[in-house]
Design a protein around this ligand. Sequence first.
Ligand SMILES: Nc1ncnc2c1ncn2[C@@H]1O[C@H](COP(=O)(O)OP(=O)(O)OP(=O)(O)O)[C@@H](O)[C@H]1O
Length: 247
Amino acid sequence: MIRVDSVNLSFSHEGEVNQVLQGISFAVKAEGSCAIIGPSGCGKTSLLFLLAGLLQPDAGTITITGSPRTGTILQHYGLFPWKTVVENIGLGLQLKGEAKDRIGARVEGLLAEMGLTGFGRHYPAQLSGGMQQRVAMARALAIEPQILFMDEPLSSLDALSRERLQNLILQVWRDKRITTILVTHSIEEAVYLGRQIIVLSQRPGRILQIVDNPGAGSREYRQTEQFFHNCNQLRRILKEEDHGPEA
Ligand SMILES: Nc1ncnc2c1ncn2[C@@H]1O[C@H](COP(=O)(O)OP(=O)(O)OP(=O)(O)O)[C@@H](O)[C@H]1O
């Protein structure tokens, strides 16, 4: 369980305080899937960084029950260009001090799972965006996280690769029974991948609404009336935030 209670965050620059998040409270239960959406600059990445423990709030608390292993996929993949695919994927395991042969076996398994067999010795620059994204996902999954934090992981992909990787995220969430927290700009992606959708206001980000979306979790969901209904609901909330209520 992840619990966020009355969290505020601001950044200071040359004496000027920039309030980024205000009074954020919500909870995500274990094995839940949560999507965070909102206008550009509203603090989505900052909120994800807070959850992942990469930033500390000015006020309020973030509590994560137990000491779960966490994996993080940052925007633009965060791969090391001077390391091969195998070295990138094995990095977390290496940092944990795992034995070389165990790392080798685990990385081989992940290469196969992600459809990257044969590309282990390539460098990131030699791969397409979709393949780099799968490497980033394999690296995050290598340590068998119980919570997976993802910051717009699919934003730079073409429509088909994006759909394939959305299905992969769905499959990982279901098969490995992990908790996923996904920051996205895409309404459809939020509704497809988040059983709970947190909609943030313009900066300073406050919670406009938490949309329950219990139907998410299967490939078929995309074709259902409920899916379209929830996409429209999100669109309405975001539009109102952008322009005020529609005439
Ligand atoms: N390390 C930092 N120092 C100062 N200001 C920062 C820092 N990180 C983020 N900000 C500011 O905080 C605000 C929110 O940024 P953040 O990246 O969290 O928003 P976002 O909703 O993820 O944006 P986008 O959708 O465009 O990716 C922005 O105004 C940004 O300039």
